[in-house]
Design a binder for this molecule. Structure first.
Ligand code: ZN
Length: 164
């Protein structure tokens, strides 16, 4: 895209070979921006939250993860770097290719945020609540202990049959 721009501005000599290279999309490191776009609601989320009287929610739910999502130094150090184990290297940091552990509390938090948003949504638009019965049914199923039918020998037989 950069080369195409330079070509159109007359800063590069036109040639069939150059056109062929440009058309091969090998020059895509700078994207075309044909229209100026304003992202409005995403320009300053902190200001939006403050204006809406939700600064507390912003700090509690968004700010902390923002550091991680945007790969700021604390997140890199915490999740993607580890100390070198070679004592003579004086504890420098190096990339860690293991996946960070999943915090199971995040699932609860995500579910809580989802239900809060869902409640706001159905109240605002006066909709019938179709989600709560499904959620209740889901948790009923989670609490249900599956019935184990038959004897252990029969289970083993059916497993060996499936394996064949
Ligand atoms: Zn080292």
């Amino acid at each position: 895209m950069q080369l195409r721009k330079l070509l159109e501005e007359g800063k590069l000599e036109d040639s069939a070979e150059l056109r062929k290279f440009i058309d091969s999309d090998s020059d895509e490191e700078i994207a075309d921006e044909l229209v100026n776009v304003r992202l409005k609601n995403f320009e300053d989320l902190r200001k939006l939250a403050t204006d809406a009287g939700m600064k507390h929610e912003y700090v509690l739910h968004y700010q902390e993860e923002s550091t991680i999502v945007h790969g700021h130094w604390p997140a890199l150090r915490r999740y993607y770097l580890e100390m070198c184990r070679e004592p003579l290297h004086r504890l420098h940091l190096q990339p860690n290719f293991a996946l960070p552990p999943l915090n199971p509390q995040l699932l609860d938090r995500a579910f809580l945020l989802f239900t809060e948003a869902y409640d706001l949504w159905i109240k605002k638009w006066g909709l019938r609540d179709q989600g709560t019965p499904l959620v209740d049914r889901y948790f009923e199923c989670c609490d249900t202990v599956p019935e184990v039918g038959g004897t252990p020998e029969e289970a083993t037989d059916s497993q060996s049959r499936r394996a064949q």
